[in-house]
Design a protein around this ligand. Sequence first.
Ligand code: CS2
Length: 491
Amino acid sequence: MTRLSPDTLGVLPAAVARPSYDRSQVKAGVVHLGIGAFHRAHQAVMVDDVLGAGELRWGIRAVSLRSPAVRDQMVPQDGLYHLLVRDGADVATRLIGAVLDVTVAREDPAAVVAMLADADTHIVTLTVTEKGYKLDPATGALLADDADLAADLASLAAPLTAPGFLVAALAQRRAKRLPPFTAISCDNLPRNGHRLRGAVIALAQRHDPALADWIAEEGAFPETMVDRIVPATTAEDIAAFAREYGLVDQALVKSEPFTQWVIEDRFCGPRPDFGPGVQITAAVAPWEEAKLRLLNGAHSAIAYLGGLAGIAHVHEALEQPAMRAYVERLWDEAETTLSPPAELDIAAYRRALMARFDNSALMHRTQQIAMDGSQKLPQRLLATIADRRAAGQEISALTLGVAAWIRWQAGVNDLGQSHIVDDPLATRMAALLAGQDDAAGRVRAILTLEAVVPPALAQDTAFAALLTAHLSSLEDKGAMATLMAMTPQPA
Ligand code: CS2
């Protein structure tokens, strides 16, 4: 069947929205590191809007750090792909033209450094996932035991990590007397700009302290809050699109209608005149914290509890009244730790989140969200628990989410089905758990993970006792029965 490309677009019906600008006139102004589905359904769409408004100097040169897969999906399509926005039975289809090319960094690191060091590059965005920053999730310090980072610490001749590429390129920019670019982390990390800045400056310091000073003084690493639910594209999504339109789009992405990007007003050079979908503000942290603790905190808890119960998708998990009641209770707990911005009505936000989770057209897999829990739990559940404990408040629902994550490490769910534990610390956690023969021992072992568990919680015996009680219940009765026992029964 015909592959999507600039030459085959003719078959698309008028209902498919497409770029209103002349792609041949677009110049590159943004480099994106880590091109996956999330970037294609979020930042690239906002940039497509900017191009549509006539600012043609903001095209995206995208980089895949390791895998050639996205390059092989996109380059034959000249960077074109569709975004399917799904809301229940409704689908809006839009062709996005903002991505100009895709380079695989492992194949050509010098080309990536050169594009980052190009005078026309003013903005660098990143979606490299939590683990891509090479920082200890609990402390934010550079990882001591990461082979790729160790290589970048030794030499930046052919960088391997995202911070490595940024430092190598910033060194070239400084040598060419160009200003730095604004580097925008678009991952779900707490204070993501601050963390990225920390990683870049710490790495630069090891190579050239004067470079580190220059970056600290001249560079800009705004904080951001990014939000849009983007489930991984499946082979069936691609096949269904091909059946409907007679075109194969290997790079298509699907998402919910909701989208939000809040960026701190801290740029060190030109920036696009973003449309109304992007909020530029002085203080991102309150937005970010509300999103991480409510949306992502609930997501992770649903992923582990639902996954353990053998439930494949988020909306199916929430069809269970006990799961719904549990999520509300988790939000009751998390909510008290927030200082929401004045414009954010938490009650309305919670209602909207539940409706987003209920979107049955997304087919968002619990297994996808369960990935990389060691990198996610600190900001999604553990920091919230630490805040509640410091205030002397109850933590039962939040702690059940953590217990479910520990249970998930066993690699088998309540139905006896096995799953892969996809996590950079999977081997370490498996080794810690291997020697333990009861729930209390397993909890004690996991609480020694300094990279994940905040010190105040590692020492907290009441937290350990509650975690043990929840873990025992999950192991003995399973996730659904544990949730039901937690839910007040209607009289
Ligand atoms: C999810 C997020 O996979 C996950 O961990 O919680 O990707 C979530 O869908 C987004 O942050 C929503 O903005």
